[in-house]
Design a protein around this ligand. Structure first.
Ligand SMILES: [Zn+2]
Length: 160
């Protein structure tokens, strides 16, 4: 199974934000690069932004703020760190993608500005100290009529 590499610091930030907004949903953006072996490496996570709207079963990020953060990380890394996908929580739920998540991920893949045809969606489910994270990746097809595919990636952590 393809791995998604997640930095330990990024994981701590994910958990902290998940707990901060519980029982409401929260989320943000995954930033990093895709290795030569095709495995995504998440170096940073961006949060929801102050103007995000949080509800129990969905949330709307502060997109403008997130774009500024992403631009900053891109510049600071001399263009190495780019948008990889989104992350969000399912408070008291499970880490599977909802139909809306699938639609969102497909939309990102088809949106040229995202810069990736295989965007990731990392979902954290749980409560309190106990969160389970699952990584999904869109693998579409250019052929019409064939259903989009969503792969599961094995999450591995690295020091960073
Ligand atoms: Zn969801």
């Amino acid at each position: 199974m393809t791995a998604l590499w997640l930095g330990t610091k990024a994981l701590i930030e994910l958990k902290a934000e998940a707990r901060r907004m519980f029982p409401l949903e929260t989320g943000g953006v995954l930033v990093g690069y895709v290795g030569l072996n095709g495995e995504p490496v998440v170096q940073h996570v961006i949060g929801p932004g102050e103007r995000a709207q949080h509800k129990r079963e969905r949330f709307e990020p502060d997109h403008d703020w997130q774009c500024l953060q992403l631009d900053q990380m891109y510049r600071d890394s001399s263009g190495q760190f780019v948008y990889l996908g989104d992350w969000h929580t399912h408070p008291n739920g499970n880490p599977q993608m909802s139909w809306l998540d699938k639609r969102t991920l497909r939309g990102i893949a088809r949106h040229r500005e995202s810069g990736t045809s295989q965007p990731l969606m990392l979902i954290g489910a749980g409560a309190g100290e106990d969160w389970m994270w699952r990584a999904h990746r869109y693998r579409g097809t250019r052929l019409k009529g064939l259903a989009a595919r969503f792969d599961s990636l094995e999450i591995r952590s690295f020091e960073g």
